[in-house]
Design a protein around this ligand. Structure first.
Ligand code: AMP
Length: 170
């Protein structure tokens, strides 16, 4: 992938939401973290525990979700393109909205930037509605998740599936 023209020259801190509800879900998430770490100049700084929750506004198997904190020189749109390529590599298909998925990667936060373009909205527009985003994000960046936000999603059923060591499982 040619990305050299798409970097900002600075390194940004970003938080990525990872989810999967088809196939070997935890293996797909581990592979996604490895693929993110292999992006040009990019470091995975922290990865949350793994959570399990029922799909929101959709059917299908339960999701496994986590959040990764990264440092990257890619600008936000280049990062989105790179994450979409990783989704494609995991066999992601988009037959209809909210369809079950082998891998879903969302940019939750990109530094403190607010972005609104046809391709990208940051902060992610639905992150504050979702326990499966806020709980793992609060593990890594508690200052980004207010107690009121956590309270607002406290009625959603979500289980801690595995602590942070999930990343090292084979
Ligand atoms: P999804 O079905 O959840 O994978 O949605 C992907 C679509 O959302 C793509 O067309 C993206 O361009 C768009 N999108 C808008 N904002 C974001 C974001 N913050 N992170 C990931 N995708 C985004």
């Amino acid at each position: 992938m040619k990305t050299s023209a798409l970097t900002t020259g600075a390194t940004a801190r970003a938080w990525i939401g990872l989810g999967a509800n088809l196939g070997a879900r935890d293996a797909a998430l581990r592979q996604a973290v490895r693929a993110i770490a292999a992006l040009p100049g990019t470091q995975v700084l922290h990865v949350s525990s793994l959570y399990r929750s029922a799909p929101v506004d959709a059917g299908g198997p339960d999701y496994l979700n986590a959040v990764a904190e990264i440092a990257t020189p890619l600008d936000a749109h280049a990062l989105l393109a790179a994450l979409q390529a990783i989704e494609q590599g995991a066999g992601r298909e988009r037959p209809y909205r909210n369809a079950p998925r082998t891998l879903d990667l969302d940019i939750l936060l990109y530094g403190n930037q607010c972005i609104a373009t046809p391709q990208l909205t940051v902060p992610h527009p639905r992150m504050h509605e979702r326990a499966f985003v806020l709980l793992p994000l609060a593990e890594l960046a508690p200052e980004q998740v207010s107690p009121a936000a956590l309270q607002a999603v406290s009625g959603q059923t979500i289980d801690l599936h595995h602590g942070p060591a999930w990343l090292n499982a084979t």
